[in-house]
Design a protein around this ligand. Structure first.
Ligand SMILES: C[S@@+](CC[C@H](N)C(=O)[O-])C[C@H]1O[C@@H](n2cnc3c(N)ncnc32)[C@H](O)[C@@H]1O
Length: 239
C-alpha cells in the first residue's frame, strides 16, 4: 500500500473516531462545537467542549470562602465553564465573559439562564479594555493552535487585565505539543518554538505560585495550569 493510501486511511479513522465520540457525548453542544472546529480550527482548538472534570478544576478557586471577585472567562465556546462559574457566583461578584465567535456568544445568551452579574462581550480578549481589572481570569484559549504573535497579544492582555497577585488558569492539551514537535520542520518548527518561548517568557516575567493538574477525563486529556500573577503593569512584588 502506498504512503498516500495509508495517510488517507489514518485520516478516515481519525474522522470516524471524532464522529463516534460526538455521538457518544451526544449533546447538541458537542455537535455545535465540532461544527465550529471544522469552520475555524485555530481559534476553537479542540473537537469537543471541555468535560465537567476540567470545569471543576478551573472553578476550584471560586468555591472557597473568599471576598467578592471580579472574574473574567476568556473563550466560552458553548458555555460549559461559563455555566459552572455562574453557579459559584457570590452576590457581589462581577463576571465578564469574552468570546470572539458571535455564534457562540448568541448560544450562551440563549442557552444559559439570565444571571444579573454575568455579561457576555463578543470580541477578542486583545480588544477588551474595561476600566477595572480582574481577580481571576479563566482561559480555555487553545494556545497550541494560535500563532506566536496572537499568543503574545493574548498574554499581554492578561497582564494588563489582572490585578497584582490575581489568579490565571488556562488549559494545555496534553501530549499534543510534544507529538507535533516531532513532525514539524523549517518555518513550522520555528513558529512552534516561538510560541513555546512566548509562554515560557510570560511565565518567567510575571508569575509565581504555579500549580499544574492533569485531567485525563477530557478529550483530549489536558493540563490545567494555575498561576498567581504579578501584573506586568505593576511593579513586581514578592508574596
Ligand atoms: C478550546 S475552545 C474552549 C471552549 C469552552 N470554554 C470549553 O472549555 O469547552 C476555545 C474558545 O476560545 C474562543 N476564542 C479563541 N480566540 C479568542 C480570543 N482571542 N478572544 C476570545 N475568545 C477566543 C473560541 O471561539 C472558542 O470558543
Amino acid at each position: 500500500m502506498g504512503n498516500h493510501k495509508i495517510i488517507k486511511l489514518i485520516a478516515g479513522f481519525f474522522f470516524l473516531a471524532v464522529v463516534c465520540l460526538s455521538i457518544v457525548f451526544i449533546r447538541s453542544d458537542a455537535s455545535t462545537f465540532l461544527f465550529h472546529y471544522f469552520k475555524d480550527p485555530s481559534h476553537v482548538g479542540s473537537v469537543l467542549p471541555s468535560s465537567s472534570a476540567v470545569s471543576k478544576e478551573m472553578t476550584r478557586e471560586l468555591k472557597k470562602n473568599r471576598p467578592p471577585y471580579r472574574i473574567l472567562e476568556v473563550g466560552a465556546g458553548t458555555g460549559v465553564i461559563t455555566e459552572a462559574i455562574s453557579e459559584f457566583l457570590q452576590p457581589e461578584d462581577l463576571f465578564d465573559v469574552v468570546e470572539i465567535d458571535p455564534e457562540f456568544c448568541q448560544l450562551i445568551e440563549s442557552k444559559l439562564p439570565n444571571h444579573p452579574q454575568r455579561k457576555v462581550h463578543c470580541l477578542s480578549v486583545t480588544q477588551w479594555h474595561p476600566d477595572y481589572k480582574y481577580d481571576v481570569i479563566i482561559s480555555t484559549l487553545p494556545f497550541n493552535s494560535l500563532t506566536p504573535e496572537v499568543v503574545h497579544e493574548v498574554l499581554d492582555a492578561y497582564s494588563r487585565l489582572i490585578v497584582p497577585h490575581g489568579q490565571l488558569s488556562y488549559i494545555e492539551y496534553m501530549g499534543l505539543p510534544g507529538i507535533k514537535k516531532i513532525f514539524l520542520q523549517g518555518g513550522d518548527l520555528e513558529e512552534f518554538l516561538a510560541r513555546e518561548r512566548e509562554i515560557a517568557e510570560f511565565q518567567k516575567s510575571c508569575c509565581c505560585d504555579r500549580r499544574t493538574v492533569c485531567i485525563w477525563r477530557n478529550f483530549p486529556p489536558t493540563y490545567v495550569h494555575r498561576f498567581r500573577l504579578i501584573s506586568q503593569n505593576n511593579p513586581k512584588k514578592s508574596i
